[in-house]
Structure formats: structure tokens, C-alpha cells
Design a protein. Structure first.
Length: 296
């Protein structure tokens, strides 16, 4: 999916970064796609100024701002530097004061130690990514408040999940990343423009698991991830058939057949990352078709 995923933590799955530069030129799946699907599934995506404004705000919230929050947290240099600087500061802060010295000397020493503490521990935080991270988080919360109560709650969950993901290993955090980039953007968009349902939630969970399988394939060559992706998409087909939407089920099934053809190539070269890039367009179409099926 991303070049950096196999070697280090990936940059957040953003289509548009805060600098308004393409952050994922080769990856279509992500928060923007999930936002569009959630907006379509809600039934509130009409060609009106208010609806279009909400969609723009949702993409800005889920893609740029939440993506910036996650990226600044996962790639922050101060996360490893602060404990080291703090440990060094505690050593000279704990040094006893000589009570025999005069009061002005002790006050001067006390102030100099605190100034040194600010310069070595506090100032590196101010002159780091934490400021842009806090600004992105504050803007995300402000936009979420405009969108409604439930989007605000889900945005708070997304902010917390990004912090938790930073404490986990890359492979362990793949599920949290998928929830952050697929589940929550879809639910935020659908709740902002309409109402949620258990059926739409089940669909979102299925596509989240498919996304997890693709993320794992990007760093591993396990064929069982391919089997898992196929099985989950078959479940989506069955769910669409159960809701009397055979057209959508047929299109999703055709997407599965196209992926099976690429899986023949995958079994030869065992290149999971290339396979994930090849099949993501089929999954994108499946997500959009399923969203339209939920709307209709």
C-alpha cells in the first residue's frame, strides 16, 4: 500500500495533507474514500450547497486533520527525546542545595536550574511537531462540533486511537489503523449527513477487515490474508443479496473474480504490496457500489 509500511510506520493514510500536497498518490483507499461512501450511504448526499459543504468539511476533518494528528504523533522525534532529557534533568534537579550559602545565591541557583529545565525539556516540545499536532486536533474537534454530537464523539475516539496505535507494534497496530482510516471516517460521514444502522455498521466492519488484510499483505506474503479478503467480500455479497440488492451484489462479485485473477500472479511472485496496489481499485468500486446499495 505504501512504500514506508514495510520498513517503518507509514505516514497517515491521507489523500490531501495539511500542506495540500498528495500524500498517497498510489493508494486510493483511505479516509477520503470512506467519507464519500459514508456520505452516499446516508442518503443525504444531494446536490445542494449545504451537503457539498458538509462533504468538504468531512474530507478536511477525516483525511487532512485527523491524518495530520496521526502522522505527527507516530513520527514525532520528541517522543523518544523527552524521556531521555527528562531523566537527565531529574538528576541535577535532585541535587541538594547548600543551606550554608546565602539566600540570594540559593535563589539564583534555583532559578537557573528551572531555566535549564525549560531549555532542555520544555522548549524542545514547543519547537517540535507537537504544536502542529495540537492545532490539527483542535481544528478537528471544532469541525466535528459543527457536524453534530455523534461526529464529535467519533472524532474523539479517532484522536485517542491514534495515540494508542503509537504505543503498539506496526503489525499489531494495523487493525487500529484500519479503524482509523476506514471505519471511523465512514461512520462520521454517515452520522453527519444521516443516521446509522446496524446493517451499515456490519458493512463497514467487513470493509475494515478487508483493508486490514491488504495492510498485512503489504508487509507480509501470507496467502491466508488473500483468502480472508475473499471470504469477507463474499460475506458482503451475501448481505447485499439478503437486502434484495442483486445488482450491487453482482458488481461486488465481479470485483472478487477480478481479484482472483490477480491472485494467480501473486502466487507466482509473492509480492503482497504490488498485489494490494493492483486490487485496491476493485475494492474501491465495491465500497462505492455497496454505499449506493445502502442508499437505495
Amino acid at each position: 500500500m505504501e512504500d514506508s509500511y514495510t520498513s517503518s510506520r507509514p505516514v497517515a493514510g491521507r489523500l490531501v495533507a495539511l500542506e495540500f500536497l498528495p500524500a498517497r498518490p498510489l493508494t486510493f483507499l483511505g479516509p477520503t474514500c470512506a467519507v464519500l461512501c459514508g456520505a452516499i450511504a446516508s442518503g443525504g448526499l444531494l446536490l445542494k450547497n449545504q451537503s457539498l459543504l458538509f462533504v468538504i468539511l468531512l474530507i478536511l476533518l477525516c483525511d487532512a486533520l485527523l491524518g495530520a494528528w496521526r502522522a505527527r504523533w507516530l513520527h514525532a522525534d520528541w517522543r523518544s527525546a523527552v524521556p531521555h532529557n527528562l531523566a537527565r534533568a531529574q538528576i541535577w534537579l535532585a541535587l541538594p542545595d547548600d543551606s550554608a550559602e546565602s539566600l540570594p545565591v540559593r535563589i539564583t541557583r534555583f532559578l537557573s536550574r528551572r531555566i535549564k529545565f525549560v531549555r532542555s525539556v520544555i522548549w524542545p516540545l514547543i519547537d517540535s511537531e507537537i504544536i502542529s499536532m495540537l492545532v490539527a486536533g483542535l481544528l478537528a474537534v471544532c469541525i466535528a462540533i459543527v457536524l453534530g454530537v455523534l461526529p464529535t464523539i467519533l472524532t474523539g475516539v479517532a484522536l485517542i486511537l491514534a495515540l494508542i496505535e503509537g504505543q503498539l507494534e506496526i503489525k499489531t497496530g494495523a487493525l487500529l489503523r484500519a479503524v482509523f482510516e476506514i471505519t471511523l471516517p465512514w461512520l462520521i460521514a454517515q452520522s453527519a449527513l444521516g443516521s446509522l444502522s446496524w446493517f451499515s455498521f456490519a458493512i463497514v466492519v467487513c470493509f475494515t477487515l478487508v483493508y486490514v488484510a491488504l495492510l498485512d499483505l503489504s508487509s507480509t506474503r501470507k496467502e491466508r490474508r488473500v483468502i480472508l479478503s475473499n471470504a469477507i467480500q463474499l460475506v458482503i455479497v451475501l448481505l447485499l443479496i439478503a437486502t434484495n440488492t442483486p445488482a450491487g451484489a453482482g458488481i461486488v462479485a465481479l470485483g472478487i473474480l477480478a481479484q482472483i485473477l490477480w491472485q494467480v500472479r501473486f502466487r507466482v511472485d509473492r509480492d503482497g504490496r504490488t498485489y494490494a496496489q493492483r486490487v485496491q481499485s476493485y475494492i474501491l468500486v465495491s465500497m462505492l457500489v455497496t454505499a449506493f446499495s445502502l442508499w437505495l
